[in-house]
Write a protein that binds this ligand. Structure first.
Ligand code: G
Ligand code: G
Ligand code: G
Ligand code: MN
Ligand code: NA
Length: 252
């Protein structure tokens, strides 16, 4: 069976699960939510990381079915937590196709019906690649925000976007790519770029989430530079829903 054939079967059999990586307020350590990260659970029990199948899913168009399954899983896994605690937000990753067509928005609306989860508790995250087709991206972002979702640009600093381009989109937050966080308190050539990336985010008046925070020195630097939120090993790894629910109750 080809890799595509295997992935088609996985979609049909719904062999996906979601892990949740906490996002914390850097100053206090409070958990404000999580990013939903899909894994493919093979029949033998092994977990396949998304970077190994998302590209094929995007090429083949299977990604829309996987996105829909992730949305359903988030609602199934976290319904009670999200209703019990309105301060928790879950960021769902959208692919470029999801952003350009907006078909995902009614899927989310329908998934939230009869749950008590507020649309404000669902953030939509897409990489800069998702915004290349600017006109369709703009209408999806505008509609998502009318529905109450926050829209977050992922992997900021690594892609194509210029400031003027991002100024034209009504975004809520951006995530500074891990590669910039890695250089904090090192002497590498790119370490001088990181404060400029933070400065750009502030110019856009967006909330900032730092990705891949691994050390206390990085967290301290980010607090000093008024970066509000962080995600990374220092706080927690991606974890199954039950563990995330326990983590949230204790990290408050
Ligand atoms: O968890 P891990 O580091 O393996 O995730 C790698 C990347 O896979 C993430 O940074 C993210 O961009 C992508 N990814 C994870 N979950 C999803 C998902 O549900 N949909 C899409 N489109 N991408 C995802
Ligand atoms: O959507 P995105 O590609 O940004 O997803 C984040 C990915 O980065 C996840 O797959 C997660 O496993 C990984 N990750 C999260 N925190 C850290 C970290 O602190 N260090 C490293 N090396 N990887 C991380
Ligand atoms: O350590 P463990 O084998 O449980 O990690 C499983 C996967 O989780 C790793 O392959 C890695 O991609 C991902 N991951 C999650 N958080 C991090 C992180 O902070 N750093 C790194 N390097 N990988 C992470
Ligand atoms: Mn992401
Ligand atoms: Na990212």
């Amino acid at each position: 069976l080809s890799p595509l054939g295997e992935l088609q079967i996985a979609v049909r059999k719904r062999e996906f699960i979601v892990h949740y990586q906490p996002i914390v307020e850097l100053r206090t350590g409070n958990c404000i939510g999580a990013e939903a990260l899909v894994r493919w659970k093979r029949p033998n029990g092994s977990l396949v990381r998304p970077d190994l199948f998302i590209p094929l899913a995007e090429e083949s168009g299977l990604i829309t079915a996987i996105t829909d399954q992730v949305i359903a899983l988030v609602v199934f896994d976290l319904n009670r937590l999200l209703v019990a605690d309105r301060s928790i937000h879950i960021a769902i990753n959208l692919s470029a196709t999801d952003v350009s067509t907006a078909r995902v928005l009614p899927v989310i609306e329908k998934a939230l019906q009869h749950t008590g989860i507020e649309p404000q508790q669902i953030w939509l995250e897409a990489t800069e690649r998702g915004f290349v087709d600017i006109n369709s991206a703009r209408s999806t972002v505008v509609r998502a925000r009318e529905l109450g979702h926050a829209v977050v640009i992922d992997d900021f600093g690594t892609g194509y976007s210029s400031l003027s381009y991002l100024e034209g989109l009504p975004l809520d937050a951006l995530k500074i790519d891990k590669s910039f966080i890695d250089t904090i308190s090192t002497n590498s050539a790119t370490s001088s770029v990181t404060p400029h990336i933070i400065g750009m985010a502030k110019t856009l008046k967006l909330k900032i989430v730092a990705e891949g925070v691994e050390t206390q020195a990085q967290a301290d630097y980010l607090v000093e530079h008024d970066v509000e939120y962080g995600q990374g090993w220092l706080f927690a790894r991606p974890m199954p829903a039950a563990e995330f629910i326990a983590y949230c109750r204790q990290a408050k």
